[in-house]
Design a protein around this ligand. Structure first.
Ligand SMILES: [Zn+2]
Length: 517
């Protein structure tokens, strides 16, 4: 206690201590905005010391406050000074300390952002920085024995490989080859966080991390618009609305969606932008309770759509249309016993195999009782009607003939084939959850090829409408979204049957979670 404190009252001393903390331990007072809080809250699903590798991704617009958030998470993980926002999340509060953490970022940010952010937020008397031969603070050693170092994207990847970490944070997308080293750093489980504005070098993250197989299992994504940090329109935001407006006024739509909305720039040509792969939006794990009784008494219409190919396997979907107009993708082929569709190059199936596959799948869905006559079938009207060179028959005719041999009706109809009209029709069914327009089209979570296609279907990167017709635009990941386009163009819906045909007793198999044969 210094001399000044000797004649200070307890209240004065408390006041001085408070001032000291406010000045030198700002991490105690860091307040995340509403969206950042939502991002952190995903860790509530995990108990302290969960042994798994947990990956959180925050895709956020410019000036959202990513680096301040990253910095405060790092400070909290290392030193654990009280902060109510972090203390309330058991996984963070009881994170093992001391620990070894690392922040990956650009050389520029390490020097020009992090030195200042660390000085601003970290508890001043708790750590000692060292430069280790660089021009910025490369390593921070804490009095509690925690250690953080900074690894910049321009360093050799091999240098990243020698250390075992408890947590790691990447500020901006690391190069793909660095991820190869990052993903094996957490040998005993721990936390990996990405905060980024997904402009360049982020495509690998969409392809490798944000896949239907991983989302919600070990990868958790939050997107944040710069507006989420708006004083007027966000929750606990810090930016005046006018400054956000002027920040993005010069960018075209695609770049604005990335810079302001945190959307992947390389996916800016996406057709179905309102489609959301989360279970609470377009990809539920099961049919909604509302429809379960209908499902159980087969009170829906099963639609089957095929996009045939020469060498690649056919893309096949089965859809349940309910009375209120809701459409659910309930099964797909190739199912998840195969590689993802976009990785399959060829397939040995002939029409006979496809006919058997259709019959068996529909039996397993509980819809095969009437020899397939009640299933509504659509096929790509182009390829489906093209005569095969060898036999001079069409795929449509061959499937029908194979069906007859099996005693099973496989008669396909041609849907209309408008690209633009189909996009409009599918978009109408997808609704827009951000505008409270309820979706009428869902993909059950096990239909991974549908989900992969719907989240990526779009114009190839070099497509530019302004460049005119000499550039040939190409649609990527078209196959499964095409099934939905045909479905929407054919106005797929529930079709009432004459009373005596309704089957009263539910079949014992045929659960909607069925995965194909
Ligand atoms: Zn605003």
């Amino acid at each position: 206690m210094n001399e000044e404190d000797l004649d200070a009252t307890p209240a004065q001393r408390a006041q001085r201590e408070l001032q000291r903390r406010v000045a030198t331990e700002r991490c105690r007072y860091y307040v995340p905005n509403g969206r950042a809080e939502q991002f952190l809250n995903q860790l509530r699903a995990f108990s302290p010391n969960d042994p798994r590798n947990i990956i959180l991704i925050l895709r956020a617009g410019n000036s959202f406050g990513k680096s301040a958030l990253a910095c405060n998470i790092a400070a909290y993980l290392s030193r654990g000074k009280p902060n109510p926002w972090f203390d309330s999340i058991p996984y963070l509060k009881q994170f093992r300390r001391p620990n070894r953490g690392r922040i990956y970022t650009t050389a520029n940010a390490a020097k020009n952002t992090y030195d200042d952010e660390v000085k601003k937020w970290f508890p001043g008397q708790s750590y000692a920085p060292s430069k280790d031969g660089t021009t910025f603070n490369k390593k921070l050693k804490f009095r509690n024995k925690s250690v953080i170092d900074f690894f910049t994207f321009d360093q050799d990847v091999e240098q990243a490989e020698s250390v075992t970490l408890d947590w790691q944070i990447a500020d901006e997308p690391p190069p793909r080859k660095l991820w190869g080293a990052m993903k094996t750093r957490l040998r005993f489980g721990g936390l990996t966080i990405f905060v980024l504005t997904p402009l360049e070098d982020a495509a690998w993250m969409a392809d490798e991390l944000e896949t239907p197989e991983r989302l919600g299992k070990d990868v958790f994504v939050t997107t944040a618009d710069t507006e989420d940090a708006c004083i007027e329109h966000g929750i606990r935001g810090h930016l005046p609305h006018a400054s956000i407006e002027s920040m993005f006024s010069d960018f075209d739509e695609a770049e604005k969606a990335a810079r302001k909305g945190g959307a992947y720039l390389h996916l800016s040509g996406r057709i179905y932008k309102t489609y959301r792969a989360e279970p609470e939006f377009h990809c539920p794990v099961d049919i909604h309770d509302y429809h379960m009784a209908e499902w159980d008494r087969k009170d829906f219409t099963l639609w089957n759509v095929i996009d045939p190919h020469d060498r690649k396997p056919f893309a096949i979907g089965w859809y349940a249309a309910f009375r209120n107009g809701d459409l659910y993708t309930v099964a797909e082929w190739p199912d998840d016993s195969w590689l993802p569709f976009h990785k399959l190059k060829d397939c040995t199936y002939v029409p006979k195999d496809y006919a058997r596959l259709l019959k068996e799948t529909e039996a397993a869905l509980g819809c095969g009782q009437d020899q397939g006559r009640r299933v509504r079938r659509l096929i790509d009207p182009n390829f489906g009607n093209t005569p095969c060179f060898a036999t001079n028959t069409t795929i449509k005719q061959e499937l029908s003939a194979e069906g007859i041999k099996l005693g099973y009706s496989l008669n396909f109809q041609d849907p209309p084939d408008s690209l633009e009209g189909g996009h409009v029709a599918v978009k109408a069914l997808l609704g827009d959850v951000t505008k409270n327009v309820r979706p009428k089209m869902y993909d059950l979570a096990h239909c991974k090829n549908h989900i992969f296609g719907m989240t990526r279907y779009g114009w190839s990167e070099n497509h530019n409408e302004k460049k005119g017709l000499s550039e040939k635009p190409e649609l990527l990941h078209k196959d499964f979204p095409d099934l939905k386009r045909y479905l929407a163009l054919a106005k797929a819906r529930f079709i009432e049957l004459p009373k005596e045909q309704i089957i009263q007793r539910a079949s014992s198999y045929g659960k909607p979670g069925y995965r194909g044969v």
